[in-house]
Each structure stands twice: as C-alpha cells, then as structure tokens.
Design a binder for this molecule. Structure first.
Ligand SMILES: C[S@@+](CC[C@H](N)C(=O)[O-])C[C@H]1O[C@@H](n2cnc3c(N)ncnc32)[C@H](O)[C@@H]1O
Length: 369
C-alpha cells in the first residue's frame, strides 16, 4: 500500500476497508464477548496483522481494547494492561502510523495518561511467516489483508505453461489453469498463516479475520455479479491501461504480461478446509457479506462529474497497487502513466457510472484450541 497522507495514499483511500470493518464490528464484538478471559494475566497481547496505516488501523485496535476492558469490568475481573502489536510488511509506512497513535499526539500529561490505553509496538514481517514467539498472543486480528498472496505462482509467469496469464493483470475471467495456479498458492498461503498463528497464540486466544472473499463456489468467478466484475479496479480498466502503454510503445508486451496482481478472493469452503486441515482452531463464525462500493450520494455526484470519478478510482488504485507497479516497471514515471490511462478509461466509461457495484468479504472468528 502507498504510505504517507497524500491524495494517492492508502490512509486517504481506505473507504471500502472502513465500510467492511463497520459492517463486521458486531461480529467482532460477539467474538470478544464469547472469548476466553485470561484471569490473573497482568497484560493481554493483541496483534493487528496487515495493519497498514490510517484511521482503520487505530480504530480497530481501540475497539478491541475497549471492548475487552468493558467485558472484564462487566464480569468484575481486574482489567489487565494491553500491548498492541502493529504488524505489516517492512515497506509499510510505520512512521505515519506511529505518529498518529493517540497517546503520542502532543497534549498535556494528564490527557496523555488518560489516552494511554495500550502500549504499542511495530512488528515488521510477512504474516505468512512466524512473527512472534510461541504462545505470545491472546488476540490476533487481520483486516482486509489476507486476500493478498505471498507471491505470484511461477507458472503464471511462464510463457510455456498453460497457466501463463497473457494480456491480463489479474485472474477474474482468466483461463482455468491460471485460476487453478492462484487457488493453489492461496491455499498454501492460508495454511502457512494458520500454522504460524497456531504456534504464536495461547490456548483460548481469539483469531478474527476479515478478508475479501467470494460467494461463488467457482474460483473463476472472483467478483460476483457482472457489473461488480467490470467495475472492479483490477479488471477491465486496469487491463486497458496496460494495453494503452503497449500501443503507445511505452512498454513492451513482455513487461505487460509479466505483471499480475497477487490477490485471491477465497470462498467460505476454501477457508473452512484450511482451518480443518490445521486442526488448531475452532471456528465460531464464518460469514460472507457484500459491501457497497460507494454511497448512493457519491455515485450521484460522480454521474454529474465523471472526471472526478476517474480521479477517485485512480487514487484508490495508486493507494493499493503503486508500490508493486513501481517495482515492476522500475520507474515511477511509467507507473504514473498507467494510473493516468486508468483514470481516463474509467472516466470515459459512462455506461458503468450509474451501476452499483459490490465487494465480497468473508469474516471468520476462531478460538485457539
Ligand atoms: C488493504 S490494507 C488493510 C490495512 C488495514 N488493516 C485496514 O483495514 O485498513 C492491506 C494491508 O495488508 C498488508 N499485507 C499484504 N500482504 C501482507 C503480508 N504477507 N504480511 C503482512 N502484511 C501484508 C499490506 O501491506 C497492507 O498494509
């Protein structure tokens, strides 16, 4: 994700994940209200895996800490102290995140003490590997992050393989072999994630995951209804933008074909299968929901002003994909050209503007056995 606080930063373009979190708060609260209480523990350790930066990150940890505190108070158990571990890949903008921690904002000392509801630390690394010592965590949450895969499967990049994903940036609607290669990688990734968390979490600990997901059993239908598929930032306009650069001789076909977006929307069945194979967790709840892409008011505004719609969508794509497109093209100038073409394509596609589009999410809560 793109760091900082600028127009194209993740912090300024995380509306969809924020809606997903808002929709899932009740499930998170239920999970907290049913979780084990750790009597006598002086401090509880909570990790946010794939924390990113911005308001979502801070409000999620605040919500978890405050909800656990209320539960302890309700049950007349002395409230422990809290340690919050913000974890993400090393390139995450931890500086922006730490500067926005409420108890580090400049205030009077009394105010600071009042706000200090947890001790914060950053943990750089991939959640597909071990991040914490054995038996360390009481709660692990991961919000809008686990649909990002650890890597692109080799076959997808291999010209001689039937799974070569020529001419597309992603897998929705791609050949069966391409989708199968992604599905296999995603399965291995989820198993690694669960294996690592099983080691890091204490018995009775709560694992709460919200990830992009699909309702359809068939992995080639990653995005649900036809409008949501066509309007998704990884599909039509993204492919057109890459092709525009090829046509304008700014990049060659090989460079275009070697770019693939490392994301996979799992189904509930795929998630359940990985948990069952891991055997370390009891699933308490597993739910698919749909989140509307934007509010009705915003959609009406954009129908009057398609250019600003194009800009908003391009900023969203910058926030999400800029670091990997920069790295792929080895030129931030060329990646800006991609975003400009993307913006133009989206703004020109008037017939899609009035279509409502949805993102699928899957929320799972589970207890470490
Ligand atoms: C869409 S953001 C979500 C951020 C935040 N949780 C929220 O809800 O707004 C996805 C985050 O997952 C992180 N991420 C992706 N793959 C990861 C991995 N293998 N290990 C750790 N973090 C990862 C990205 O760096 C990014 O910060």
């Amino acid at each position: 994700m793109q760091g900082g606080n600028g127009d194209g930063s993740y912090a300024r373009n995380s509306e969809a994940p924020a809606s997903a979190i808002a929709l899932s708060k009740e499930l998170l609260l239920n999970a907290i209200n049913c979780m084990n209480l750790f009597r006598g523990e002086p401090s509880l350790r909570i990790a946010d895996l794939g924390c990113g930066t911005g308001i979502n990150t801070l409000s999620a940890i605040d919500f978890v800490v405050e909800s656990i505190k209320k539960r302890y108070a309700r049950e007349s158990i002395s409230v422990p102290e809290f340690e919050a571990f913000f974890s993400d890949l090393p390139l995450n903008d931890f500086n922006t995140l730490f500067r926005s921690l409420p108890h580090l904002c400049p205030r009077g000392i009394d105010e600071m003490q009042k706000q200090h509801s947890y001790y914060a630390a950053g943990v750089p690394g991939s959640f597909y590997e071990r991040l914490f010592p054995r038996g360390k965590l009481h709660v692990a949450i991961s919000l809008s992050a686990l649909h990002w895969m650890s890597r692109i499967p080799e076959a997808v990049l291999d010209k001689s393989s039937p799974a070569w994903n020529q001419g597309r940036a992603w897998i929705d609607g791609a050949r069966k072999e391409v989708v199968e290669a992604y599905a296999k990688q995603s399965e291995e990734d989820l198993k690694s994630f669960l294996r690592c968390r099983a080691e890091e979490m204490v018995p009775g600990g709560l694992l709460f995951i919200l990830m992009a997901g699909r309702s359809d059993e068939h992995p080639q239908n990653q995005l649900g209804d036809p409008y949501s598929r066509a309007k998704h930032p990884f599909t039509q306009a993204m492919d057109q933008a890459w092709n525009d650069l090829v046509k304008e001789n700014l990049i060659d076909e090989e460079t275009r074909d070697a770019f693939n977006i490392p994301a996979y929307m799992r189904s509930k069945e795929e998630i359940e299968r990985a948990f069952n194979q891991c055997e370390a967790f009891d699933i308490k709840s597993l739910k698919f929901s749909r989140v509307m892409e934007h509010s009705k008011e915003k959609q009406e505004k954009w129908m009057r002003d398609p250019v600003s719609y194009g800009k908003t969508k391009a900023n969203l794509v910058r926030a999400t994909l800029r670091p990997i497109i920069d790295a792929h093209l080895r030129s931030s100038h060329l990646s800006q050209e991609i975003f400009k073409r993307f913006e133009k394509r989206v703004a020109e596609d008037m017939k899609m503007l009035n279509k409502t589009c949805y993102y699928g999410i899957i929320v799972v809560s589970a207890i470490r056995k």
